[in-house]
Design a protein around this ligand. Sequence first.
Ligand code: ME8
Length: 642
Amino acid sequence: MHKGTFYITTPIYYPSDKLHIGHAYCTVATDTLARYKRMCGYDVLFLTGTDEHGQKIEEKARAEGVSPKRFVDEIVEGKGGIRDLWKLMNISNDRFIRTTDDYHVSAIQKIFRKLYDKGDIYKGAYKGKYCTPCESFWTESQLAAGRCPDCGREVRDAEEEAYFFRLSSYAGRVQALLETPGFLEPVSRVNEMINNFIKPGLEDLCVSRTSFTWGIPVDFDPGHVVYVWIDALSNYITALGYDNDRYGDFGKYWPAVHMVGKEIVRFHAIIWPAVLMSLALPMPKKVYGHGWLLMDGGKMSKSKGNVVDPYLLSQRYGVDSLRYFLMREFPLGSDGSFSNEALINRINADLANDYGNLLSRTVAMVLKYFGGRLPAEREADPADSELVGMAGALRGLYARDMDGFMPQSALLAVFKVISRANKYIDETTPWVLARDTAKKPRLASVMYNLLETIRIATILLQPFTPESCARAFVQTGTPERAKSWDSAAVFGALPADVSVTRGETLFPRIDLEKELRYLETLCAPAEAEALPEAAPITIDEFAKVRLTVCKVLACETVKKSEKLLKFRLDDGSGTERRIFSGIANFYKPEALIGKTVVACTNLPPRRMMGEASDGMLLSAEKDGRLDLLMLDDAVPAGAIIC
Ligand code: ME8
């Protein structure tokens, strides 16, 4: 019997670039809550996806010389893309929506028309400052010293025909909704919305554009595309089958809980409710505006000693460790500072030392003292009562925190009990009890209490570290019925004669110093290989350097190396040249095939990863950004740079 439905969503991310740890943070938080609700017996629908339209994506695709659809396909579906990332990170989403999916596109056109037919969308003129070279409209406040903030050129007053949504007429109802307890959390965001947006007066919202084409066309007025936020927000209902027949469970799952970053609370708590009001649909159950992961005083960046690629971090430290860190380190509603050091310290302290150690010590003792299976005889002691009491009460505390969107507090509660269990080992000194056969029943009680505590903690850790918990259950011989949510409230659900199995260490300790040095080489090539002050050279010395134009025939990643790409090049000599280059963090190999590059071809060959590398490819580097030098493809292979 399920307890009802629970529909939870992440923002749909822009596939304009690779996702970073901030995106992973929101998705892991949502996944953890979805897994928690499933565990409690809810019928959960968890949705994530990608927001694929808009000018920014159109421009990025143009810069790469591909169509916008091809550009987003690669980032979303390609190797190491967004879908791969969520698979790797064990994200349990039930659906994945792309706003370029046909069913979504046609549903958006219907929704736009509905709003128009209702009179909530009208045609007007968009007035603003226009930068002709950039083809961009700006408001007065967006300008930089009165000029275009992008290119710095002069702007002019201009008008563009556009559709507007009557947001202003929903201000009263939206304010009442914002003030409804539980709708927008954390509560601090409610005043932010009311003071910053409602009180100054809501203006009607421009919901169509004519200045670019990569969007969903307004079907009754060609030339206009639907504003990307109307397109994007509606994903939450089209993904359930609203105005389309791809799915049929809108009635079953709507309304949703929307997990979003604080910067887009405004769209979800003001604009989206107003659109839903206009469509006469129920309001979202909740909008939760989580905080940001910050680094280097605010900006996520690869250049300043922090690796922020969730793919890389998951592969190196384990998905569960990264998931745990994200949920344990930062309170969900506030901002927090991300650092690789904090990540490694947290894994070592909590997962390796506290939880992992408790598990491995307990299993090792049951094996050593009882051959792996506990006897039925027991001898309780008053010394057990605190641990047994804490473990028995844990599920209640945990549920209160999880229901209150406080996964960090829930984890703190679990780890308090884990620490208590480690202390219990020191207090009961099983190694002393083991010396006296008369104390075997007492020793069995101590072991059982430890296994029970581990079992309850493991059930509750499942939403955070699902894979490791499954392995812990195997080691502790926990039968299926003793893994359930219900059984987490019962101390004593393990069979009396439980038997354990030795397993691999769940969370190996990480050498902090060594890892930080390693991560530094990945993320700050410019700093790691600081260039000496350039000394003057003569023209003859310069002429000694042979720079040859080459065509990339093939390019591939190198096993066991996260940095290197292996190139096969046509250097015009008729013999293929092989060069290894440490740029794998910046390029996908398939994107480089056919490119015209420059190599220094009179360096002595070097052995790299067991093979000869004959030369060096030239790149341009600044502030952690790296660009392989590429020439116009008309330049022939073998041309000498002079
Ligand atoms: O805004 N810390 O997409 P987006 C924590 N397509 N979370 C972060 C973060 C950080 N530093 N950086 C990003 C969009 N996020 C729209 C959404 S929804 C209908 C459309 C997370 O790719 C956070 O959840 O810019 C934020 O709201 C989201 O990624 C923005 O992702």
